[in-house]
Design a protein around this ligand. Structure first.
Ligand SMILES: Cc1cc2nc3c(=O)[nH]c(=O)nc-3n(C[C@H](O)[C@H](O)[C@H](O)COP(=O)(O)O)c2cc1C
Length: 365
């Protein structure tokens, strides 16, 4: 979870015997020293006797945005600024230029120091969100003994992933928190399958392929899972290898989201509404349906969005200035999955212990 997960979360998960994740989308490839800092910190937190390689390094792989579409940028900047101007935020720094605040793994070969550092670390898994990197890049990772996983949201993507020789698929349901991993950005033909239905479709498709394909791929549903009973229900389905959880860790002390986000999570024990919206970053993302995100969604419909992730530059930029100058945070986007209840602020270790206890008591029923 870029912007939320930390070496502390990953190491606690790994120390508990599961696979941790280090999302690295936010680390620019021109700054390999920042990558090293995170990897070193994570490694130091893994308990003696536990293999630090039981981790998944996660990257985004999206199409390069068109940064020169100035007319579209200008109109979008003006639109977003119109919400912040009445709040007294000086906005001259945005005119018609928006920056790509991430990096796409499609360009990793242009950054050999960063690429080498990943290979040298040799995590057991590297996973991708939004698309498939070039075959030569995948071949190099595979040759280093790294298993390759990727988010898929429908069977068409699964077919491409199987052809590219991936080892595992994260079946990202429509209910999952964060950015939807569709290979086609904001796909108007999105099948919108929630995790359970997507799992069933994928397994049914794999039944039709030869067994060497279906037996050799890890199947990992993700979306809306926050209890051990839910994990047990998935693991009872023949073919499912594991589950991936996100939102359940967001409110932990180890998570790096702002306290405002944590309070939203923990103050709705009976559940909350979410919205899938592209208007924060340019790609559909599932987030809290706050009054502001709802308003922005309704009032943005007719406008052309700059390519992902350019809108994030102005959206996060203005929210950052607002928070700094006034302490107000209600205009930002707070990612979370759908269907969660009782999200707690307990430490990761306690959350995992609860999940294991619930899982075991479900199995003994
Ligand atoms: C705040 C947040 C950030 C996320 N960032 C990423 C990311 O960087 N890479 C990724 O592959 N998935 C990301 N996801 C998706 C999660 O990895 C996971 O699949 C999802 O949270 C599962 O759904 P759940 O939140 O309902 O448990 C993110 C999710 C959230 C809530």
């Amino acid at each position: 979870m870029a912007g939320a997960s930390t070496p502390e979360i990953a190491s606690s998960v790994v120390n508990a015997g599961a696979i941790g994740s280090l999302p690295l989308a936010g680390i620019k490839y021109s700054q390999p020293e920042k990558l090293q800092t995170i990897l070193t910190k994570y490694k130091a937190l893994v308990a003696p006797g536990i293999d630090y390689r039981n981790v998944n390094l996660n990257f985004f792989c999206y199409e390069l945005p068109d940064v020169n579409n100035k007319a579209v940028n200008r109109a979008w900047i003006q639109h977003i600024q119109s919400y912040f101007k009445p709040l007294g935020i000086a906005t001259e720094s945005y005119t018609d230029t928006l920056r790509d605040t991430y990096d796409t793994f499609a360009r990793i070969e242009e950054f050999p120091a960063y690429f080498d550092a990943i290979i040298e670390f040799r995590p057991k898994i590297i996973s991708f969100h939004f698309g498939i990197p070039p075959a030569r890049v995948l071949a190099r990772l595979r040759a280093a003994g790294i298993k390759l996983f990727i988010s898929v949201t429908n069977v068409d993507e699964l077919k491409q992933v199987l052809a590219a020789g991936f080892d595992g698929v994260i079946l990202q349901g429509y209910n999952a928190g964060g950015h939807r991993g569709n290979f086609i950005r904001n796909d108007p033909a999105d099948t919108k399958l929630e995790a359970r239905a997507l799992t069933e479709e994928v397994l049914a498709y794999l039944e039709t392929t030869d067994t060497t394909t279906s037996d050799n791929i890890f199947i990992i549903p993700a979306g809306g899972i926050s209890t051990g009973a839910q994990i047990a229900a998935y693991l009872r389905i023949p073919g499912v290898s594991a589950t991936q959880l996100g939102s359940v860790f967001l409110a932990t002390p180890e998570s790096s989201v702002p306290q405002y986000h944590k309070d939203l999570l923990t103050s709705h024990p009976d559940g909350f509404e979410t919205i899938l919206t592209p208007y924060g970053t340019g790609r559909a993302a599932r987030a809290f349906k706050t009054p502001f995100m709802d308003k922005l969604y309704r009032e943005s419909a007719g406008l052309q969005l700059p390519d992902y992730p350019l809108p994030a530059d102005v959206f996060r930029g203005l929210n950052g200035v607002l928070a700094q100058q006034t302490g107000r945070r209600e205009f930002n986007m707070y990612l979370v999955g759908a269907g969660h209840k009782n999200l707690s602020a307990d430490p990761v270790e306690v959350v995992i212990e609860r999940l294991i206890n619930e899982y075991q008591s479900e199995l003994s029923n």
